[in-house]
Design a protein around this ligand. Sequence first.
Ligand code: MRU
Length: 354
Amino acid sequence: MRTLEWIDTPDGGLVRMVDQTRLPNETIMLDCADLGTLAEAIRKLRIRGAPAIGCAAAQGIALVASRSRAESVPGLVAELQAARDVLAATRPTAVNLFWALERMMARAEALLAAGVERKAFVQALLQEAVAITEDDLERCRRIGKHGAELIPEGANILTHCNAGALATAGYGTALGVIRAAHDAGKRVHVWVDETRPLLQGARLTAWELQQEGIPCTLITDNMAGYLMQQGKVDCVVVGADRIAANGDAANKIGTYAVAVLAHHHSLPFYVAAPFSTVDLALASGQDIPIEERDHDEVALLAHLATQPACPAGVSIYNPAFDPTPSDLIAAIVTEVGVIRPPYRETLAAAAPRG
Ligand code: MRU
């Protein structure tokens, strides 16, 4: 399954994506033919998950280039810089967004410096955006292959949020590991945290696993400890939105609590993510910007109710992510292999150059 794809049109192109806010009840494709629609799609989680946000942002830059009326390449680059700022302001935590924007802008600047003519400039930027997307698919496949070796035969795996095909270009990080273990013939069963407040686990992970025929059971977030206490969980695999230089990993709110529980029960807690999620410029998870989202996501039991589930005016706090300290992480599964502590050294050594 492709989470998003570029479609050529007579007037430039558009970015087609599955509207994830409508899943699992409806599979609706959303066509983004302008920057505003694409930025709104990222902000409203129509497309979400760190690698998928990066791919969408890259295609957003290509979209603006393909539809620009600017006559000169310098004029076009100025438009792209403005578009970059709009996209960078959509969501703060997933570093893949900034990584992809930087890669696109670096390509644009290099093409400008090389004096490439307008048509070739637009074409080259589109190729770069498509390459970022294809590259993500390939990285996730490699993550899956490396991670599958960590999964024991017959494992009960707990996952939080959705780090599946929908969260990436199309294979998944944490779910990529699970999918690869399943495809390798291992019998696995997945405990799916529903993932309050927006239910990415219940709506998206359960749906993906069901489509793949991978046995899974949906639980509410507050059930994980009880299952671990009963010996019903063998390991935890989650994705990440940003991994600091010391291995601290920010992921969907609630991940830290799962990691603490896993540690208490001596269960391996694995983070699966491509290097586009690693931010070596940040010393620790405490430096990772944590997005705060609309209070209605908490108050309205999103997707389910229109009646508030709390008294009007009650104070609400809605952080979307939390950082898990690296001492709770048994290994980080990347496209270049399984990385173990001490992460400050091992992550830097494994990071692809350039
Ligand atoms: O708010 P979301 O749905 O974008 O949060 C997504 C997550 O936290 C994922 O676990 C993370 O991005 C990893 S995706 C492979």
